[in-house]
Design a protein around this ligand. Structure first.
Ligand code: EPU
Length: 429
């Protein structure tokens, strides 16, 4: 078992380079199988969710070459298999993008029901609604979703709720079908625009990504391309909060400041100084408590749910009472018990958390319940007095590239250590 051990109290100072966006990469990698010649992807984050995606592609017969740490080449012309290996697909949420890509390429796809972070009920009804509207039939048996079609035809789809995953899957499924597909009430996240740009660079005809109406005119062929994935705005936001929480002075490089606005505006409101440049932002924190604040998570351009736990960690030390309302997921407060172990004063009622600012947090042994919960515990550990041990860090490594290394480079005292797991202890007894 591996843990992060943090000795809190160091102010972060220096530069952090942001990696490519996880949630763009995990959509773009499955999309690469639509090209009839190799795709080269740059700024691919070196994280476990990407590794699983690339393993799936290799198992299915694609040739995947790692050109350097963050650049890969995918040649998918030999893929014939339309079923994704069960265990791999089940371990990540984004495996459901293979439903859209395999369906449009082969008129058939078989993928396990997706995994990913446990954040409450996460149905895929809107994905299935799109596939059906395009002319396919689906069944769910033995944990697998199977979709078949004789012929897919462009259509108009209205999403009953705003969903990133279903918007992406509908774009993927519609990109090669006959006619025009119009997606209404679509999600507008930066990675949706990035996927559309990637597909267009392969020869697709997609307009309107980034607005709530996306128009996709199907094309017959898509060719290989050379593409650079956008920077990860959630990784950037996480380090912005970490810098603020430690009263540090950090410049976050390789970012698109526009994507960070929902995060920057909340931090400024709390009293954090933010200087925006072309492709970097500088965060200057302070030692006195920040202003309390209320926030509600919303689809883009609202405040991102993927930054909610990290802000909660920061608000535990703010002056006064803050209220967080989670409106995307049923259950994204599973980090609260762990922050309480560190001295935070938080109460949760359904989708609302009330945080009373305290004078200090103290280090404690805690567990990461999911990816962003883990990031929140790291931020709390960095600002706490004493030592924090974080268990279940595999959640964190699913989505952050070299987090401990990047933090150490700006002065954090954080190391990853191996400990004997429960099995090893049982054997030793
Ligand atoms: N929903 C439905 N039906 C559907 C699809 C979604 O009811 O068919 C609901 C979900 O249950 C949820 C809401 O709609 O309550 C939003 O879900 P969405 O589809 O937007 O999320 P997702 O595609 O499952 C992606 C990211 C998440 C991120 C959300 C929201 C990936 C692989 N995951 O999930 O990322 O929180 O969008 O921005 O792209 C993370 O990175 O930590 C993470 C959880």
């Amino acid at each position: 078992m591996e843990k992060f051990i943090i000795s809190g109290g160091n102010k972060l100072k220096g530069d952090i380079l942001i990696s490519g966006a996880k949630n763009a990469a995990v959509a773009i990698i499955p999309a690469a199988i639509l090209a009839d010649s190799p795709c080269i992807l740059e700024n691919v984050p070196n994280i476990n969710d990407v590794t699983v995606d690339l393993q799936i592609l290799s198992e299915m017969g694609a040739e995947v070459k790692v050109l350097n740490k963050n650049t890969i080449q995918i040649d998918a012309k030999h893929i014939r298999d339309t079923a994704v290996p069960y265990e791999m697909a089940r371990s990540i949420r984004a495996s459901y993008y293979f439903l859209g890509t395999l369906l449009t390429k082969f008129n058939h796809a078989k993928v396990s029901m997706p995994g990913g972070c446990a954040l409450g009920d996460r149905p895929i009804d809107q994905h299935l609604k799109c596939f059906k509207a395009l002319g396919s039939n689906y069944s769910i048996e033995h944990g697998m979703v199977e979709i078949t079609a004789d012929k897919l035809i462009g259509t108009q789809i209205y999403f009953d709720k705003i969903t990133v995953g279903a918007t992406i899957n509908a774009m993927l499924a519609a990109v090669k079908v006959d006619g025009l597909t119009i997606l209404e009430n679509a999600a507008k996240e930066p990675h949706i625009v990035d996927l559309a740009n990637f597909l267009n660079s392969m020869g697709a005809d997609i307009m309107g990504a980034g607005t709530d109406v996306i128009k996709i005119r199907g094309v017959k062929k898509l060719k290989g391309t050379h593409y650079t994935i956008i920077p990860d705005q959630i990784e950037a936001g996480t380090y912005m909060v970490a810098a603020a929480a430690t009263g540090g002075d950090v410049t976050i490089r390789n970012v698109i400041p526009k994507h960070l606005e929902p995060i920057s505006s909340k931090l400024s409101k709390m009293g954090v100084i933010i200087e925006e440049r072309d492709d970097s932002v500088r965060i200057v924190g302070k030692d006195e408590p920040y202003e309390r604040m209320n926030l509600k998570t919303m689809p883009h351009p609202g405040f991102p749910t993927d930054m909610q736990p990290q802000f909660a960690a920061l608000l535990t030390l703010a002056g006064g009472t803050s209220i967080i309302t989670e409106s995307i997921y049923e259950d994204r407060f599973r980090y609260v018990d762990e922050l309480r172990r560190m001295g935070a004063d938080i109460s949760v009622d359904g989708k609302v958390a009330v945080i009373e600012g305290v004078e200090k947090l103290t280090g404690a042994p805690v567990k990461a319940a999911d990816l962003r919960a883990g990031a929140a515990l790291i931020i709390a550990g960095l600002s706490a007095k004493g030592s924090t041990e974080i268990e279940d860090i595999y959640h964190i490594e699913r989505g952050y590239e070299n987090m401990a290394g990047k933090l150490r480079a700006v002065g954090a005292d954080i190391v990853k250590r191996k400990f004997p797991g429960p099995d090893a202890i049982r054997m030793a007894l």
